[in-house]
Design a protein around this ligand. Structure first.
Ligand code: ADP
Ligand code: MG
Length: 244
């Protein structure tokens, strides 16, 4: 068996006195998709943010790509080039074009040649149906289009792992499908991903493994096929019923 791409062991996180993640352990195999489900406030975003160095944690270890992460700012800056993240708000720079937004990390951080990085950016934009917007500004785009650009911006760094935290939560309903299709295609292309979503059909389609969180703990870890028909806990069952 190959080592998992990501291995989290006994992760603990508090905000002051408040324990938000308690003894979280799980693995993500290369080429697989893990979906995080759970009620609002269960700790999904906090967990995702810990995996990207956006939050400090107080205990436990994160192993990524064969390396035990020593959580220094310098290490996280390096690792963030391999761990892409897209979240609910798109946070594109408003004074830069779509293409400039996408190239920023590739050219400034990864020190790649602009021509080569731009070729990749244009090809990625084409894949998400956005190549005609390369020179547009974020304000000229719909929410769904901005979210596509945010995904391309993360992919441009050629990450080994992608984290998606409710990327369709603030989109108009008619924009949701297009963004989910892109993530489904990444899954077919064997991108390793951790996905937080409230879209249960999508979760069922994409999740190789479901982690169900409540109060900062993993209540169950179940193969995707099984979770939606036969969850192991009553709590997950009533959660699923409430999502219908
Ligand atoms: P989810 O994404 O599952 O809705 P979160 O990870 O956002 O849950 O939040 C988990 C818990 O941590 C909640 O109780 C929330 O109020 C708390 N929390 C999140 N961010 C902060 C913060 N910056 N300071 C204090 N508490 C926080
Ligand atoms: Mg959240």
């Amino acid at each position: 068996m190959a080592e998992p791409l990501l291995k989290v062991e006994h992760l603990k996180k508090s905000y002051g006195e408040k324990r938000v993640l308690e003894d979280i352990s799980f693995e993500v195999e290369e080429g697989s998709v893990v979906v995080l489900l759970g009620p609002s406030g269960s700790g999904k975003s906090t967990l995702i943010r810990c995996l990207n160095g956006l939050e400090a944690f107080q205990g436990g270890t994160i192993m990524f790509n064969g390396e035990t992460v020593r959580p220094s700012p310098k290490n996280w800056r390096r690792l963030r080039q391999q761990i892409g993240m897209v979240f609910q708000s798109y946070d594109l720079f408003p004074n830069m074009t779509v293409l400039e937004n996408i190239l920023l990390g590739a050219v400034k951080v990864q020190k790649r040649k602009r021509d080569e990085a731009a070729r990749q950016a244009m090809s990625l934009l084409k894949e998400v149906g956005m190549e005609q917007y390369a020179n547009a500004y974020p304000r000229q785009l719909s929410g769904g289009q901005k979210q596509r650009v945010a995904i391309v911006r993360a992919l441009e760094l050629n990450p080994k792992l992608m984290l998606f935290d409710e990327v369709t939560a603030s989109l108009d309903p008619e924009m949701v499908r297009g963004v989910l299709e892109i993530i489904l295609r990444l899954a077919r292309e064997k991108m390793t991903m951790i996905v937080v979503t409230h879209e249960m059909n999508f979760a069922r389609q994409i999740g190789d493994k479901i982690l169900f969180l409540e109060d900062g703990k993993i209540l169950e870890e179940t193969p995707g096929r099984q979770f939606f028909t036969k969850p192991q806990t009553e709590r997950a069952k009533s959660f699923l019923e409430s999502m219908d």
